[in-house]
Each structure stands twice: as C-alpha cells, then as structure tokens.
Write a protein that binds this ligand. Sequence first.
Ligand SMILES: Cc1cc2nc3c(=O)[nH]c(=O)nc-3n(C[C@H](O)[C@H](O)[C@H](O)COP(=O)(O)O)c2cc1C
Length: 435
Amino acid sequence: MTQTTPEMLQISPEYYAAKLPAGQPAVGTMPNERLPEGAKLPLMLQELEIPRGTGTFTLKNRASVPPMCMYSARDGFPAPFHIAHHGQFALHGMGSIVVEATAVLPEGRISPEDVGIWKDEHIAAHAGLVQTIKAIGPGVYFGIQIAHAGRKASTPTPWLPGTDDAKPYVEEKDGGWPKGVVGPSAIPAAEGHIVPHELSIDEIRSIEKAFVDGAARAYRAGYDFVEIHSAHGYLISSFNSPLSNKRKDEYGGSFENRTRLLRNIVKGIREQFPDKGLWVRINGTDAVEYTREDSWTIESTKQIAPLLEEAGVDVLDISSGGTVTYNRFDLVPGYQLPLSGAIKDLGLKRMKISVVGVLQDGTEHEPTKIGLLAEQSLQNGKADIVSVGRGSLKSPNWVELAACNMVGVPTVGAVQYEYAVASLKRFQFDVSEKS
Ligand SMILES: Cc1cc2nc3c(=O)[nH]c(=O)nc-3n(C[C@H](O)[C@H](O)[C@H](O)COP(=O)(O)O)c2cc1C
C-alpha cells in the first residue's frame, strides 16, 4: 500500500511562506481594505479566539467543514483522494476542517473503507495530509475526528453498488468483521443488524486507551485538534444513551455511569496533552421525545456540557440522532440551532459551541442564499462556529460565496488563483448580445 508522505509531495508550508510577500492575507479572510465602503464585517468573517488546551488559537473565520466519511481509504491510510478533498476546502478558505470519523481500532471502522489511526504506520500518511492542507490553506485549523463505530460497525459503503437495506452489514468474505462488532449491550442498531458483543469492563478500558493512543498519533501527525465522536449512535454515544445502554455496572444506569466512557477518554487525552486542541461532537438529542422512552435529550446535553468544559474540552460540536432508526426530526434549515442555542444559553465561560445541520436557506437551486442563515445564527447567539457539510461538498468555495452574498465581494482567494480571476473583470458578460 502506497502512503502519501510530505517527501513524495515535495511541498511544505515553509516553501509557500518563503515565496509569498510578507503580510499576505490568508485565504478565507476579509481584510478591511477589501470590505466595500459602508459594509460591516459579518461575524462569520471575523476572527475568533478559541481555547486550545492551556492556550488559545485564533480562527481566521468561523466557517467550518464538519467530519464527513468518504469511504475512500484502504487499510485506514488516508490517500491522495483525501488531499484533494480537504485541499479544496483549505484552498478556498474554510476556517477549520475536521477529517472524517477515523477509527482508533480496526473493528471500530464504520465500513472497510474508513480512514484509521490505530497503528503507528498510519502516522506518516496523516502527516502528509496535514502538511499539505496547511500549506494549501494558510491559517486553517485542521483537526481529525477520532471514532469507534460500536454496534454500527462493519456496514457497507453507501455508494458501492449492491448496497441496500437487504444487506445491512459486510460479511467476513467481503472484508467485514461481524464477529468483532461491539456495544454497551447486546442490542442491534436496527432490525437485521448484527447483535453486538456486550463489552466487558476490561474491553471498555482497552477502548479508552485506544482513543488516547489514537489522539497521540493524531497530534504526532501534526493535527491541531482531535474531535471525539460522541454522536450519532456510534460507540461512545451508544454508551451515553439509555436507549442502547442497558448495563448494570459502572458504565450503565445513571447519567454519570453512562457518560463514564466519554469522560474517561477526555480525561485520558487531557492528562497527556494539556496544550492540544480537543473538541467533542455530541448529540443534542436522540430525537425520540415523541416515544416518551428514556433517551438522551437536550437536558442530558445541558448536564454534560459544563462537565466537559471543566474537563478541558475546547469546542462542543452539536449534532443529533442516529442512535435508533425511529428518530424523528423536523428537517428544516438550521434544524439543530435550538439545540446549540440551548447550550449557548448556559453561558459557559471557556468552551465554544459549534453547530451543524442544513445551515442554508432556500433550495439547492437558489445559491444566493448561501451564508445568510449561518450568519444570522451567529448574530443570534445560537453558536460560535458554523459547520457546513453537504453545502461545502456542493460548493467548496462556500465561504467565498457567503462573503459575496453578505458584503458583495469574496474573501481573499488563493494567490495562485486571484490574479487570474481578477483578469476576468475586463470582460462584459452579456450572453444576450451574442445570441
Ligand atoms: C457524506 C457524509 C458523511 C458524514 N460522515 C460523518 C462523520 O464521519 N462523522 C460525523 O460526526 N458526522 C458525519 N456526517 C454528518 C455531517 O458531519 C453533518 O453533521 C451533517 O451532514 C449535517 O450537516 P449538513 O446539513 O451541513 O450536511 C456525515 C455527513 C455526510 C453527508
């Protein structure tokens, strides 16, 4: 398996830094001299100082790319695809980028094609990715989501032919590990899915260690921060939720016991890495309030948020759902804003709040609306950081388009592009004259 290394790419942030004029503004920013007269700098384009362990980091803007599985790795190694994929967001100035759910153990992958960080051999490939992305997008805050899929592991890559509900898991002959699927309790994620092996206390402790080791490898590779995946029904979130956790020991029952896995992982990482970036993605709700079952709700998130802040988490990234298939959402633009807003309302002093979920109004045929809902969410105090997933897959230059919509000019573009794009101004675009 070929690994992508910085040496292969012959590229480094220092190379660009040496070539560029001093004081070159970073992509994705809006220096005052660029802002049209009378226009006010939108919050989204303002810098934001966020905690980073014992220190701080200044985000160049508040637009973020959330983790998104691409199912394009072999044996966990990030590949040139991942460089191109994250490169497009970095090149166009997104302020922070989080690499997809990356497995801390091979059996913690969602699919056989997931990215991984379970062995030291992965580090060089991640380092190649990190160095390239930082060179391409100066000032970008580049992190990685570390994850264990738990009872939702060994599932098929959604875009591979033959993937359908009739075959919800990948068998051993196709590279899956149905016998290695684990969870807090022997309850499958959905009908027809694998009944997970109920983890013993020793096995849970070794998973806690795997998360800390995975974080250590990520920091060694140069990532600015790791985001612990504690959402969407994957392992940690399945411990948090009483829907999937029916244990009677110290990891089940009370809120304190169910959240022990998450809290131990945070503690383990912080003890070893007091000065590194540490984010947590958490469910704002399991979204089954309508059933009246005992579940993870916004009250649970309100309870855990101050504990995570105290434990040294820098950013809490609010999402929801995925614990059970019968969750229900009112899928309107910004549908998770009430959840992030409830956490913002707690008035926490240190930890910042990120929100995600269709932060775009209008339809996909009305791109002029890009950025307006996200900006409004920041203005209304619903979040500190706005994360845009599918929107940035569709328009990797999302933040540039948002700037155009908000103040009439794009954010600073890549030096390699800007002078060329500027030459287009000479042309009058009027197709009607030619027809
Ligand atoms: C292709 C795809 C892959 C995703 N993979 C992950 C993942 O690895 N980890 C995660 O926490 N969320 C994942 N998500 C959820 C997104 O991070 C995001 O929360 C969700 O898409 C809603 O935001 P959006 O409406 O801006 O797309 C994924 C979403 C998509 C579309």
